[in-house]
Design a protein around this ligand. Structure first.
Ligand code: SIN
Length: 342
């Protein structure tokens, strides 16, 4: 614990990532191994954190220790459970999650979709990360952590957001759009939620409100080992054969039958004709198909001419999570919990 034991608490949940990564040489920003330092050690390396806390205490907990490219449903379930548990404590101001940059947007969207409305509409859950390992000459993790804590401490802060390079993004919009730069995330057309400047948040939009639909799933995840519906992503491109879709429909050893396919279409979600007929075969065999776009910006606008529903502005990876949750609730796994609040 950092800070006063009897005060309000900020909980930092560690999941690994580059922010906890180490390389053999301080000059190496890419040849590192992610998830080497425990979250308590990562926090111990943040100058100015004690002063920023202004009387609040900081408690850390290691939920996972992974390179986020390997994110799993089991870790999401555990993370959602711990976030719910801590947010429900009256003395907890909010939560910071240290996470790898590679799937941060997926975890952020997942938590935004499943956390109880009453919790995420009153307290903040702030994911943060780093593009350089903790061993770097000039690591970005400590500043990102300070900024994340500054967001939690902002009066009125709520919802699931991400902070990187001084920019605050809403979970719904955030997308990693650069492989190397420290400012690796974008909110696309929506624009950032705000900026952290010298530990002060300049908010440019309203705090995000919880999505309708899947609230309380997190609590359900805490106690049930639900089988996650299998949803895969395919892409449309020049010369596309559609054979990948047909392959997905075949039984495969060790994996559940596919229940959903998100297709990252060209432009406004258009599909190569070969892919389109393959996806129609998928629908005919009972598979749900959702049409997103491979464009980094913009959303699929309905034209009335496609047989497949669009992703309602979600990127392919977020549309996949949304479809999984929809299939999960549609399976009758937790019908009475849908749309409830604590
Ligand atoms: C990861 O996503 O865990 C590794 C890459 C990163 O954090 O930048």
């Amino acid at each position: 614990m950092i800070g006063d034991q009897n005060s309000k608490i900020i909980v930092v949940l560690g999941t690994g990532g580059t922010i906890a990564g180490r390389a053999d040489s301080a000059s190496d920003n890419i040849g590192y191994t992610a998830a080497q330092l425990g979250v308590a050690d990562v926090l111990a390396d943040v100058p100015g954190l004690g002063a920023l806390l202004a009387g609040q205490a900081l408690v850390s907990e290691q939920v996972a220790q992974i390179d986020s490219k390997d994110m799993s449903f089991a870790i999401w379930r555990a993370l959602a459970g711990r976030v719910c548990h801590h947010l429900a404590q009256p003395d907890v101001t909010g939560i910071v999650i240290t996470h790898g940059t590679d799937t941060l947007e997926e975890t952020a969207y997942f938590l935004h979709a499943v956390l109880p409305h009453a919790l995420q509409n009153t307290k903040p859950v702030v994911l943060t990360c780093a593009m350089r390992p903790a061993s770097a000459l000039n690591p970005d993790g400590p500043q990102n952590l300070l900024d994340a804590v500054a967001v939690v401490l902002t009066p009125g802060a709520c919802g699931v957001v991400a902070v990187c390079a001084g920019v605050v993004h809403a979970a719904l919009d955030v997308q990693k759009n650069h492989t190397y730069r420290l400012d690796a995330f974008s909110s696309g057309d929506a624009g950032p939620l705000g900026y952290v400047e010298e530990s002060h948040l300049r908010l440019t939009r309203n705090w995000p409100l919880a999505l309708d639909g899947y609230a309380l799933l997190a609590i359900y995840f805490d106690v049930h080992e639900l089988p996650w519906p299998r949803v895969e992503i395919v892409m449309s491109y020049a010369g596309c054969s559609g054979a990948l879709v047909d392959a997905l429909l075949l039984p495969a050893a060790g994996v559940a039958p596919v229940q959903g396919i998100v297709v990252a279409g060209t432009g406004n979600g258009t599909l190569h004709e070969n892919l389109e007929v393959a996806l129609q075969r998928a629908v005919a065999s009972g598979v749900r198909v959702v049409r997103a776009t491979r464009c980094a910006n913009g959303r699929v606008l309905p034209t009335g001419s496609s047989a497949f529903v669009d992703s309602k502005g979600l990127s392919p990876v977020k549309a996949r999570i949304s479809l999984m949750l929809e299939l999960l609730t549609g399976m009758g796994a937790m019908p009475t919990l849908k749309n409830e609040t604590l």
